[in-house]
Design a protein around this ligand. Sequence first.
Ligand code: ZN
Length: 225
Amino acid sequence: MNKLMMALVLVVSVSSQAALNFDSDVPAAIKTQMIEDLNFVSQLTGNGQTPFHKAIFSAVDGKTYQTFFDTRITSVGVDSCGGGAAVACVQPFFDPNKMWLTDNFIKFSHPQIARLMVVFHEARHSESNNGNWMHASCPRPFLDSNGKDMKSIWTGAKLEGQPACDITQNGSYGSSTIMLKNISRFCTNCSDKVKMDADIYAADQLNRISRPAVKQAMIADFATP
Ligand SMILES: [Zn+2]
């Protein structure tokens, strides 16, 4: 590697770290992992998108995703987020631009694109001008197509009656589902594994859309040519 390239690599890695402030109690491994995850997403390229994706993110494109995240989240801390099965949260009354990770984010091993799904879900919650896209309560009972209880793909916790659903495609569950589905369909430099993981987690999160007409509209959106 020549000196110019080395300098560029240094600038790139320093600038991506400077964008995010990590509290000192965020485990070093988690900090490193999140920086790697954000670097990965910042390099995605795509060759298309669905109308719902265009409305929220504007393009399947790494720099566009990076700007979306950087303009919403500036710091990361560790918190219980109210306890229970929470994976991460934003606490708008305290600081809408800070994302908190719980032990559940740290202790479970999920694919990279699934961690990014959580991170972009939380970024959407930073939008105070949109009421922070508060969740809706999941139905009771809340059953999958096989009649089994719907559970969190992250923790396995039962979801019925929990504030863990959306009734719009524009909320945190909806927007991150749309993002992953579009990465699965349109990313031009993702591995087959990344695309497959994106599809699996998008399919799961789509079930968090508890208003049938909205879910149908999303399925139609994902099938647009
Ligand atoms: Zn949320």
